[in-house]
Write a protein that binds this ligand. Sequence first.
Ligand code: NAD
Length: 504
Amino acid sequence: MSSVNALLPSLMQRLGVTGSAYSTGTLPVHSPIDGCELGRVPTHHPHDVAQIVDAAHQSFLNWRNTPAPRRGELIRLLGEELRASKNDMGQLVALEAGKILSEGLGEVQEMIDVCDFAVGLSRQLYGLTIASERPGHRMMETWHPLGVVGVISAFNFPVAVWSWNFALAIVCGDAVVWKPSDKTPLTALACRAIFERAAKRFGDAPTTLLQVLIGAADVGEALVRHPKVALVSATGSTRMGREVAPIVARRFARSLLELGGNNAVIITPSADLDLAVRAILFAAVGTAGQRCTTTRRLIVHRSIRETLLERLKKSYQALPIGNPLTAGTLVGPLIGKASFDAMQRALDQARAEGGAVFGGERVLQDQFPDAYYVRPAIVTMPAQTDTVREETFAPILYVLGYDAFEEAVAMQNDVPQGLSSAIFSNDLREAEIFLSACGSDCGIANVNIGTSGAEIGGAFGGEKETGGGRESGSDAWRAYMRRATNTVNYSRELPLAQGVRFDV
Ligand code: NAD
């Protein structure tokens, strides 16, 4: 037993997951920290999905009649349970997804924050009243629970993405069937145990409000196909979105897609470089470059490109890379060999396209022969080539130069993805243009702050190949409800709209 999987039993016990839940199955779960096997989890078969969705639908039929503020109470209790389990859950995220402990804890804090947000929301699921053109009539919009929400999530935010969906779906009156990444089922089992504690304290919540489906893409696809899944909220690669979206569209259900990003930061001549360097470092190498919002492209004014590059290279050389559970580590491992291979392929292609690569090599293989640690790479490119325009889910930062500001904005937008973007500038005009209609085309556009690390209060998501979905804050809750337009006639007449006459 390695020192990593030795940590697991007591952690899982405190979180409320029994040993048999992760030792008696066929799906092996490996820690990216040292490659050790953490457990074997029983999996579902695509044939199981129909029964599970039917059970969720039964829960929905009951739960939709519970008043929304009371539904909020269940999420308030979930927030309390998450607070009590924050340290354990943060550690489990680190063990299973390889995040540094501080980021693991941050992910759990994000879950707590979204619970708090959803509790407030449970008393604010407002509709509009609308002026009717007819005398003695009233028009309004009402919002009703939608149905079963199928949540599919990625390995890199194994629990936060579930909570964004779950907390909102539950206060909106829906039931949830969750298929986590098959790389991170342990954190999903722990979330379910935490929720079950909250549900027990709540008292009369339907038993199948949350069900967890363990399996690979075929199990996810069965969920996506099921006619009783009213909304499919899927987070992952654009490749996955391309498979999921047409299936959902064919049955006219709703999809909320949170797919790949290829996020850029523009550094203008007036930028505060101290601030920019710190922000770039967190956004480009944090989570070992495995965030959907990771900074992958740096578009720098040519007058400051060399200065900035020098500073970045110096910082990259000093990055503490290693076991994410060790205090002081900033860069943990990649999720596995496939990610490492994809990174090396991208670096080779970039070289072939004229790029100069700094870093990017495997490190610590003596200490961790079965895990994949890399030095984050900086690649100066002569132009925005095909490789730069693709998302490689690893810490590669492509550096491009620009002369005219319009050129920088055009380059920022000239990729298929549209998730997050940022500009570092103290020039008010440049900053405002970047945020305007002719500026960044992304779902997230920031000034003097990096591309990653969003707060839960805003709507999260992006355009183009990122999928168009919005989750978390603002009015993202509307995706989890159906809207009805109601007209009430309290007069004794029956005037028709648009003055139509139909006298009988
Ligand atoms: P992935 O696409 O390999 O898998 C994501 C999930 O989709 C997994 O649960 C997987 O089993 C499931 N899946 C795959 N094919 C499916 C299919 N045909 N039908 C149903 N389910 C299917 O992604 P990953 O490697 O786990 O995560 C990395 C990717 O996720 C990156 O591209 C990253 O940018 C993206 N991501 C996006 C966001 C966002 O909010 N935009 C957030 C996190 C990650």
